[in-house]
Design a binder for this molecule. Structure first.
Ligand SMILES: Nc1ncnc2c1ncn2[C@@H]1O[C@H](COP(=O)(O)OP(=O)(O)OP(=O)(O)O)[C@@H](O)[C@H]1O
Ligand SMILES: [Mg+2]
Ligand SMILES: [Zn+2]
Length: 270
């Protein structure tokens, strides 16, 4: 049977590294021998790298380090993006004939110049508002490492739920995320007066924090409200709330009007 040795503290062990007897890790690191400059192969590509002796077993050259960092970042972004963007929106190709390329190019340039800008993308169904919003969010994530989130219509009611276990509510989380998409929120919010208020408060909180929000909507102005069957049943007080929310959105966002792209026509003619 093997004899059991009692565990001892690191500081009382004597370590022989770099030909010097040492009593703790700090001594190892500080010893002149470990600080000696040596040439050693990069652990990734094998090219010669100059480094201090203590780093030699772990060293990689600058290009390998940069590549590793980039790969890690790409993987992190890809996993994150998959958790935010539904599969059906991941395949957006701005060059497709039925996609409003010119609108996207304008938004993209404006975003790069003014990343704090919020956006109100409105237009009929199928005019690529949500796809455009997702492209903008992907750009914010990739280019600026900004955390992005989307609130889909079926999740909107969660804004009025109480805190989660960790004490942070969905509202609070959405109020501080770097960039937020509120997809079709106006139509959904008008079903419940409390939701209209929640969306308005969320927008106000984000405006105060100078965080950009993207709102997609089939309703662009008060005239659209008059015709919508969804608003036929709305109480007068709710209708006023929706109008106030719409006004707030229009005041605080850059407004972009979308139209269904006619395929076969010139891309710039909508
Ligand atoms: N893979 C793709 N790449 C680019 N554009 C696409 C692709 N697939 C579809 N489209 C275009 O995008 C449109 C749908 O986009 P999207 O869902 O963003 O519309 P929307 O304006 O948000 O509609 P709704 O108001 O109903 O939500 C299609 O009508 C088509 O013109
Ligand atoms: Mg949409
Ligand atoms: Zn290398």
């Amino acid at each position: 049977m093997r004899e059991r040795t009692e565990p001892r503290e690191l500081a009382v062990l004597t370590v022989d590294i770099f030909d010097v007897s040492l009593r703790c890790l700090g001594d190892v690191i500080a010893s002149p021998e470990s600080q000696r400059v040596v040439t050693t192969p990069c652990r990734q590509c094998g090219c010669d790298v100059e480094t201090i002796a203590i780093n030699a077993p772990f060293v990689a050259c600058d290009p390998c380090l940069a590549k590793h960092k980039k790969d890690e970042r790409t993987k992190r972004h890809r996993d994150y993006w998959e958790s935010v963007c539904p599969a059906s929106y991941r395949d957006t190709d701005p060059k497709r004939k039925d996609f409003p390329l010119a609108i996207w190019q304008t938004i993209k340039a404006d975003y790069d110049a003014q990343p704090e800008q919020s956006w109100f993308l409105y237009g009929p169904t199928g005019s690529a508002k949500t796809r455009t919003a997702m492209l903008l969010m992907l750009r914010a994530l990739h280019r600026k490492d900004i955390p992005v989130q989307a609130i889909w219509p079926e999740k909107l009611a969660m804004l009025n739920r109480q805190s989660f276990n960790d004490g942070e509510s969905y509202f609070d989380r959405m109020a501080k995320v770097g960039m937020l998409l509120l997809d079709d929120a106006l139509l959904t919010a008008c079903r419940e007066s409390k939701l209209i208020d929640a969306v308005k408060m969320l927008l106000d909180a984000r405006m105060r924090a100078k965080l950009p929000t993207i709102i997609t909507s089939q309703i662009g102005n008060e005239d659209d409200l008059a015709g919508g069957k969804e608003f036929g049943d709305a109480k007068t007080a709710d209708l006023e709330r929706i109008k106030a929310l719409l006004r707030r959105v229009r005041e605080s966002c850059r407004i972009v009007s979308f139209a269904k792209v006619e395929t076969g026509k010139d891309q710039t003619s909508f």
